[in-house]
Ligand binder design. Structure first.
Ligand code: FES
Length: 111
């Protein structure tokens, strides 16, 4: 991942939903973000339990209530705002946050 890479426009993201990103164009999402209002929480798509990708299909990173991130491999649940595991086999560990910014054109950029 290189700084300055544009992931998408912020207004393309659906409030309350998650979306995966493949900035290296490798054919598999390596980052994902969850939009909540005017904030975006961006993480590496790498569960701390077994360093595995977390979605069971494209963009499916949240539980049914849309209030926690879920790893579908073994069910770990993470707080959206902090990435901290609250339940499951990696409790107390955290997702890796990814630095980003929204530029003056409304693009989400890696920094
Ligand atoms: S790999 Fe995520 S909970 Fe096991």
């Amino acid at each position: 991942m290189s700084a300055g890479t544009v992931l998408c426009r912020f207004d393309e993201l659906v409030d309350g939903e998650a979306r995966g990103f493949d900035p290296q164009k490798g054919g598999q999402d390596t980052l994902f973000g969850v939009r909540r209002g005017s904030r975006l929480y961006l993480y590496r798509d790498l569960c701390p339990h077994a360093t595995s990708p977390m979605a069971w299909r494209k963009d499916e990173y949240l539980n049914r209530r849309r209030d926690r991130i879920v790893c579908f491999a073994h069910g770990a649940q993470f707080e959206i705002e902090t990435g901290r595991c609250l339940l499951g086999p990696c409790i107390g560990q955290s997702l890796q946050a990814v630095a980003h910014a929204i530029d003056d054109r409304g693009n989400v950029r890696l920094v």
